[in-house]
Write a protein that binds this ligand. Structure first.
Ligand SMILES: [Zn+2]
Ligand SMILES: [Zn+2]
Length: 338
């Protein structure tokens, strides 16, 4: 798959196979790559194959970085192909384990919601919010889906807004307000005279479910290569032929931001940044039978890192820190308007 393939034209089984092959080549990236492969299998409709991948991940001898996320995805997938009892047992297990990561909470709550268990879904969203957002002034970006999902279910239940719902309203940045989007009256009043429209409204709301899986199955981005200062110094010292490409670290950073803005302006969607290290670049050059001093190898290295799931989305989300690693917010660093 080319990185600029639009998401709707993805050949899911082929992409799953590519990711599995890549996982075999780069064991250190296997967990992330196999999760993406499973998302593609789910989207292709081959749920039993996705279950097999989740099981393979869960039985990995070295343990997993995100075991609860894998469990949650497995449960949601199992429920979709008729294994309700097993799915429920896993969901209960995830809730009891209280993971500190918002994603598993969102996935199990959405599984309940999509099977019309709105009360249980609300409880689950709320448990997650209580655990991760109590006494947190500024909810991190990763927790927003928890608040939005909770808002959606509570609107469907006709619950009055509480503080977290108000917070969800202020965090939501689309042109349509969350209240309008999740308006149960709008949804249900349509039912009396036009069942087709009601159906459409409900499926539109349901389309919000599963965004996590969709994100996992996005084509890998068009990525620009970034070297941290110490890596760049080492690179240029070892391969002086690259000095013309990288006059200084400061210029290197400015070039990255400029290149990405140009790509965005020319209509390229799905952009990212990959961070290189000298040893991994040398290994890549060796695998290609090329010299690390060859400038033409750099974009190929970037594409390979992106295909391994190493890209960070550009531009960064509002309020998150800059991609350059300065620790400052993107808006106050490389994201300042020109
Ligand atoms: Zn609201
Ligand atoms: Zn910066």
């Amino acid at each position: 798959m080319r990185p600029d393939t639009p998401a709707e034209n993805v050949d899911h089984p082929a992409e799953a196979a590519r990711l599995e092959r890549t996982a075999g080549l780069y064991p250190e990236d296997a967990e992330a790559l196999l999760l993406q492969a499973a998302a593609h299998l789910e989207l292709s409709g081959d749920r039993p194959a996705a279950t097999k991948l989740y099981d393979r991940l869960l039985s990995s001898p070295d343990g997993l970085e995100n075991a609860y996320l894998v469990r949650a995805l497995k449960a949601s997938n199992l429920w979709e192909h008729g294994h309700e009892a097993e799915a429920r047992a896993i969901i209960d297990g995830v809730r009891v384990a209280s993971p500190r990561d918002p994603a598993p909470w969102v996935i199990v709550a959405e599984a309940l919601e999509s099977h019309d268990e709105l009360e249980a879904a609300q409880e689950t969203f709320t448990e997650g919010a209580r655990l991760l957002l109590t006494d947190v002034a500024e909810p991190p970006y990763s927790t927003h889906p928890l608040l939005f999902g909770r808002h959606r279910v509570r609107r469907m239940l006709g619950a009055t807004h509480d503080d977290w719902d108000l917070l969800a309203d202020t965090l939501h940045s689309s042109p349509v307000s969350l209240d309008e989007l999740h308006d149960p009256k709008r949804v249900w009043s349509l039912g009396s005279n036009n069942p087709a429209e009601l159906e459409a409204e409900i499926s539109r709301l349901r389309a919000e479910l599963g965004t996590y899986r969709e994100a996992l199955s996005r084509p890998f981005p068009v990525a620009v290569l970034h070297w941290p200062a110490d890596e760049l110094a080492e690179l240029v010292a070892s391969y002086p032929a690259l000095a013309a490409e990288y006059p200084s670290h400061e210029e290197h950073l400015a070039t990255i931001e400029g290149a990405l803005r140009e790509l965005a302006a020319s209509g390229t969607a799905n952009l990212g940044i990959v961070t290189g290290t000298v040893p991994s670049y040398e290994a890549f050059a060796a695998s290609e039978g090329a010299s690390p001093g060859d400038v033409e190898l750099l974009p190929q290295y970037a594409t390979t890192l992106a295909a391994r799931g190493r890209a960070v989305e550009w531009p960064p989300q509002r309020g998150t820190s800059c991609w350059c690693g300065s620790g400052r917010a993107y808006e106050g660093c490389h994201g300042t308007a020109v």
